[in-house]
Ligand binder design. Structure first.
Ligand code: FES
Ligand code: FES
Length: 167
């Protein structure tokens, strides 16, 4: 019996028909089968957040998850938004991305899509997070380069910008 499964998956607004092995992760399907390279491969074990995407796996409740932990077939019929869905349609940076650049919160960049994805979800549900709430929201994301202070400062800056407050 074949261990492959065929299913549809919408990624960043584009519908795909995917054939993948049952054991393949959503991250592998995105990067290696569909060429969607925004989510990064870090630990591949759910510990670094580099692969974070926002996904609706069919329950109508989109949320941020680690694509390396999700068997791709469980996303059948679902929708995935990667970092490509966060900026504007012509590549404009989002306010969160702008804040990361302004605060020097990006160095090698392998962690950045995951942090921006998690931070964006936080600010959509909580426009005025405390520093503790920011740290808790980013708890599943690791950065080896910047130190976390600049990243937390970037999220605070983005939150102030969203609220129309001066930086
Ligand atoms: S690559 Fe998925 S959490 Fe590290
Ligand atoms: S910028 Fe390099 S790991 Fe975060």
């Amino acid at each position: 019996m074949s261990d492959e499964v065929r299913f549809s998956l919408t990624v960043d607004g584009t519908s795909h028909e995917v054939t993948a092995r049952w054991s393949e992760s959503l991250l592998t399907v995105l990067r290696d089968r569909l060429g969607v390279r925004g989510p990064k491969t870090g630990c591949a074990h759910g510990r670094c957040g580099a692969c974070a995407v926002r996904a609706d796996l069919g329950d109508g409740d989109p949320h941020v998850l680690c694509a390396c932990l999700v068997p791709a077939a469980t996303a059948a019929g679902g929708t995935v938004e990667t970092i490509a869905s966060i900026g504007g349609p012509d590549g404009e940076l989002s306010d969160v991305q702008e804040a990361f650049l302004a605060e020097g919160a990006v160095q090698c960049g392998i962690c950045t899509a995951g942090f921006v994805t998690a931070a964006t979800e936080l600010l959509e549900s909580n426009p005025e997070p405390t520093r503790t709430e920011i740290e808790e929201a980013l708890y599943g994301n690791l950065c080896r380069c910047t130190g976390y202070g600049r990243i937390v400062a970037a999220v605070e800056t983005a939150a102030r910008t969203r609220r129309g407050e001066a930086r």
